[in-house]
Write a protein that binds this ligand. Sequence first.
Ligand code: ADP
Ligand code: MG
Length: 590
Amino acid sequence: MSKFETLGLDKPLLDAISDLGFETPSEVQEKSIPILLEQETDLVALAQTGTGKTAAFGFPMIQKIQAESRTTQGLILSPTRELCLQITNELKLYSKYVKGLNTVAIYGGASITDQARQIKRGAQIVVATPGRMKDMIGRGMVDISKIDYCVLDEADEMLNMGFYEDIKDILSNTPEEKFTWLFSATMPKEVGSIAKKFMRKPVEITVGTKNAGVSTVQHEYYLVGGRDRYPALKRLADANPGIFSVIFCRTKRDTQRVAEKLIEDGYNAGALHGDLSQNQRDLVMNSFRKKQVQMLVATDVAARGIDVDDITHVINYQLPDEIETYTHRSGRTGRAGKSGISMVIVTRSETRKIKAIEKKIKQDFISKKIPTGIEICEIQLYHLANRIKETEVNTEIDNYLPAINDVLDGLDREELIKKIVSVEFTRFYNYYSKTRDLNSTEGSRDRGERGSKSDAPSNGSVRYFINVGERDGYDWMSLKDFLRETLNLEKEDVFNVDTKDSFSFFNSDAQHTEFILQTFTEFKVNGRFINVEVSKDPGGARKGRNRDRKRGHRKGGDGGYRKGGDTKSFRGGKKGGSGRRGGKKKPGFY
Ligand code: ADP
Ligand code: MG
């Protein structure tokens, strides 16, 4: 006997549950379902993404609704079209043995008249996004004046997205004497105030610790230099050949940029953000569901709707500002009892945030190293061997076999294997075998990623000229910050910064010369070239000669092996990276 039977659910639901293959109720289901079935009450339930909230409110609602009546009795508000469709699909599965029960989804970006027509045919349950719902109420296309139950699903997300006013409007069209069930992953103040304003003595349920992350998720962080985020991302992907992931960026622009670079570099990637049309978003989501897109680069807002099981990795390309957002992000993986990994790419200055998140999610991060080129080659090699082993033989080849045999005549098994693997592997090897270590070392001044401390002795300091100054909004401190961030150098590595009106000077260790000059070659911020030259001032430098080779790899480094090491995109990344400087002391031309 399944434990679902002890919750008070009727046979039609139990049969559907057994068809779905659910064996035991999840915690939020176990806690909510009996209460909602037995009591007429408001409810606030806090549970992480992926804990089965849809069934927690869906089962009781389906059971309590009069399927014989065509009146709309249940309203479910959810933040996005994606979620709206998912909930509707789930509810349809749950109610497949309940005769006459109709669930209709209404959401923006699709024909409103079609949706109105579906409602008119009779919909006991309406699942809606707030915007479209308000619109349809305004046009008299839907009547929610007789509902008994109202669910606010993902309430925190709805409020995050600015739906407070819409929700208020919609609720004002519902009867006083109804029951409201609020489900949320987190409990920010705003959700608390909604509960206060629109609910009466709600029963409260919390699953796990409040705001805690899902325990099946392993959290990892990778410490890299600020400019190495993109190459680090690529390595993480290459080191996980079966990856099926969501990559989170902070802004729409970064999201688009990272996705474009990945695509350019030959990955199956796609972008999901608010500047895309509904149609574009649908296309991307469809490809993602079919796993044609392996790496979905998304903003937090756009990713809200994603309810795809099997996501193996969540990658935080940048950390979010709010810790709560991190729990949302990592909750996209490790769903439905599967395990997942949430990776964070951080720079040294962000490691504090990791500590704060650990406290919040009550789980420790594992500090991991970005795999080296050779490690990636190894992983790819075994992956390739496995793929060959598991590939289904295409029988069409039989026809050509005699001819192929002729060509390959004389090669023994070992030789043949080596050659087959090389076809695919050499490209990888050529690309990765010479790349540098991307890991930034924590706490110490040892700059691991420079990689050549030993062969580049310090030759004293070099004074540089740079063509920006006070007129551009810099003082010596902000210029030093800018240089440090752009060059990914330590505080002590840039010194004697001296700003003039339209230009400035600074010093750095001679061993960095080549790198500094190269970084500022064709370097633009907001369309303006920033130029650095070795100053004619006294204290001029000798260049660290043996830097040349290293730097060459650095630039070509992780540009894109799939396209033969294109270096342009790496430059782009640097520009992007230096463009965001956390607000304070903003130079004028940003
Ligand atoms: P949430 O709304 O909390 O994010 P969902 O309701 O979307 O979670 O459920 C996540 C996934 O888990 C769905 O694919 C759902 O079908 C599945 N699921 C829900 N309840 C159970 C259960 N008791 N046993 C197994 N799978 C379940
Ligand atoms: Mg849900």
